[in-house]
Design a protein around this ligand. Structure first.
Ligand code: GLN
Length: 240
């Protein structure tokens, strides 16, 4: 089963590299028909408006939406998570196209501008339970989004409490700026930074920019499970 990586813009090469490290050859996806041959899709980080515009220009959005609805595993990192959210905040007037699929609302630049980017160790129990390794995962947040509302079907994989950032910059254009705090302060506000709905996962940070391949391995297992269940479904069709 092949994994496709949407290769319009952003950190698609880094995702392909992480997959290679795990012995898997991913394929670059730029055309609607390329989605037909793959079993799972990664949408990388980058810039979600640019990605949406390119996807629109290439007439990829209907095929991307169909792929997401098919139930095959899809993972979005950062801009990819924004693309997979049903609703987004913090957009310029007129907004941008979203693929959707996760019943949630993201704030596109929740943690501030590029200058407010940061790295932090995040405790992610679901990942550690399955993949082992250190108790935390290095979260690389680059002009990162956060999920500010989730629907009932959404499983929260990681969340953090945030406090207003002490070094706020560019205050005119960014209304909300926060830094996550671990351990969380009791009075902070909770936002979601990793989530799952069915076979779709989203991370507000960039695992592809770290040497730690546990998220990629987690995703490969989702593909393995979904291929198994497809095989079972096909078997039972054959036995009818
Ligand atoms: N906030 C960015 C956007 O709106 C995403 C940043 C990223 O992917 N590093 O697209």
């Amino acid at each position: 089963m092949t994994i496709g990586v949407l290769a319009l813009q952003g950190s698609f090469n880094e995702h392909l590299k992480a997959l290679r490290k795990l012995g898997v050859k991913g394929v670059e996806v730029r055309k609607a028909e390329q989605l037909e041959g793959i079993g799972a899709l990664i949408i990388p980080g980058g810039e979600s408006t640019a990605m949406a515009k390119l996807a629109e220009y290439l007439n990829l959005l209907p095929a991307l939406r169909k792929f997401v609805k098919s139930g095959k595993p899809v993972w979005g990192t950062c801009a990819g998570l924004i693309f997979l959210a049903d609703r987004a905040d913090g957009q310029k007037e007129g907004g941008q196209e979203l693929v959707g699929g996760i019943d949630c609302k993201v704030h596109r630049n929740y943690f501030g501008s590029q200058l407010d980017s940061f790295e932090v160790e995040i405790p992610i129990p679901v990942l550690v339970a399955q993949e082992g390794g250190p108790e935390t995962f290095r979260g690389v947040f680059i002009r990162a989004p956060a999920v500010v509302e989730v629907g009932p079907e959404v499983q929260v994989l990681a969340e953090c409490r945030v406090m207003p950032s002490p070094n706020q910059t560019n205050q005119e254009t960014v209304s909300e700026k926060f830094q996550p705090q671990f351990p969380p302060p009791p009075d902070g506000k909770v936002v979601v930074i990793a989530l799952r709905q069915g076979n779709i996962i989203g991370t507000a940070f960039h695992p592809e920019l770290t040497a730690d391949t546990r998220w990629h391995s987690f995703f490969l297992k989702m593909l393995g499970e979904s291929s198994d269940s497809n095989a079972v479904a096909e078997d039972s069709e054959d036995n009818k």
